[in-house]
Design a protein around this ligand. Structure first.
Ligand SMILES: Cc1ncc(COP(=O)(O)O)c(C=O)c1O
Length: 395
């Protein structure tokens, strides 16, 4: 008999009833160090007092009002994002894949309204992940995500990650945009080198294309800058955001320049819940914290410490771990042992990591991780690695 929850996930037998900072707690009191943060969602950790306050204050005043009316919390969050980023304008969604939907629509509408309706194609890369909507799976294009769901939304050209020559060769009179994650998350924490992001920006400029960055996972302070593309000193035309911006409340956004957004006039897009008062009140509190340069400096300092400890672990466990990659609090450890075995050994030692492609385990902890948490992370991952080593010996 089918379970009452549609069985699309292979769930670990863990059930948390409470969260505190970087810790998740089961009903029996067992505490797990959460280095996954809901897959890069709980940017300020669990039950951060400022977020609890923002949410409860708003809950007591007004939960929902239609986008047919003005929503001051939405206006405030849009103003903050415009102030702190390249963007001139923002549309709020409830998830990353909804942000992908709008990014694709916005790019196509831009060229349609410029009198170039043939420009519909978007170049994407293997290993990418843009969500599970029809546009999201078609954009990523992998068999794993698309098999059985055809006919797929057309207009995506899939290239090899890192193949800049391929990009130049793939551009035709039909090309509208390039869509890329500055750091691939699901793909195994694969950062796009700064020089490559710069080159992609240049290719877009030279060919009149829009650059769409998917910062759903790598944005909102995760890499140590408010948005990951800032490391490369470039700006996109359109950017997809979600996860961390809501700190655990479902919230996403599409940020765009005035030019790129010029086709999106009244009636061209909408969302019942997108930008609702609860989500935007929380989003304001998240951005107030994360956009603070002192907060980001701390993320960089502590992530440096964490990385140093991870390098040490890798040296001690060469049969389990291979290398650490990524930046800020978006780190991947490429494993020699099977990554799922390492994640499971982590559960046994009450530390949570997240598997990714390329035999990687992801560490996406709350940006507020403390030095004590880092010490705990090191000793628990060390214990997990020892457990995997003993499994390897007896195998
Ligand atoms: C880069 C990226 N884009 C899009 C998505 C989809 O976001 P959501 O699951 O909120 O729809 C994800 C989710 O993991 C992601 O990592």
């Amino acid at each position: 008999m089918i379970p009452s929850v549609l069985p699309t996930y292979n769930r670990a037998p863990l059930q948390f009833v409470k969260g505190e900072g970087a810790w998740l707690i089961e009903a029996d009191g067992r505490r797990f160090l959460d280095l996954g943060a809901g897959i890069a969602v709980n940017a300020l950790g669990h039950a951060h007092p400022a977020l609890v306050q923002a949410l409860t204050d708003q809950a007591q005043a007004l939960w929902h009002v239609s986008n047919l009316y003005e929503i001051p919390q939405q206006q405030a969050l849009a103003d903050k994002l415009v102030e702190h980023t390249f963007a001139d304008t923002v549309f709020f969604t409830n998830s990353g894949t909804e942000s992908c939907e709008l990014a694709v629509k916005m790019a196509r509408k831009y060229f349609h309204d410029k009198g170039q309706p043939e420009k519909v194609e978007i170049i994407t890369f293997d290993g990418s992940f843009h969500g599970r909507s029809s546009a999201g799976i078609a954009a990523a294009g992998s068999e794993k995500m698309t098999k059985g769901f055809g006919p797929l939304l057309g207009g995506f050209v899939h290239l090899t990650f890192g193949d800049l020559d391929g990009v130049t060769n793939a551009i035709s009179e039909n090309t509208a945009a390039i869509m890329i994650e500055p750091v691939q998350g699901e793909g195994g924490i694969r950062p796009v080198p700064d020089a490559e992001l710069k080159a992609l920006r240049q290719i877009c400029d030279d060919n009149g294309l829009l650059l769409i960055l998917d910062e759903v996972q790598c944005g909102v302070g995760r890499t140590g800058k408010l948005f990951a593309h800032e490391w490369a000193g470039i700006t996109p035309d359109i950017m997809m955001v979600a996860k961390g911006i809501g700190g655990g409340f479902p919230l996403g956004a599409v940020l765009a320049t005035e030019e790129a957004a010029s086709g999106m006039v009244a009636g061209t897009h909408g969302s019942t819940y997108g930008g609702n008062p609860l989500g935007c009140a929380v989003g304001c509190a998240v951005i107030d914290h994360v956009a603070n340069p002192e907060f980001l400096a701390e993320v960089n300092r502590k992530s440096g410490l964490l990385r140093q400890k991870l390098e040490g672990l890798i040296a001690h466990h060469p049969d389990v771990f291979e290398e650490v990659r990524g930046s800020g609090m978006m780190l991947g450890i490429k494993c020699k042992a099977t990554n799922i075995d390492v994640v499971n050994a982590g559960y046994d030692n009450q530390v949570i990591t997240v598997p990714a492609a390329d035999n990687v385990i992801r560490l996406l902890p709350p940006l507020t991780l403390t030095e004590d948490d880092i010490a705990e992370a090191t000793s628990r991952l060390d214990a997990a690695a020892k457990q995997v080593e003993s499994q390897l010996e007896t195998a």
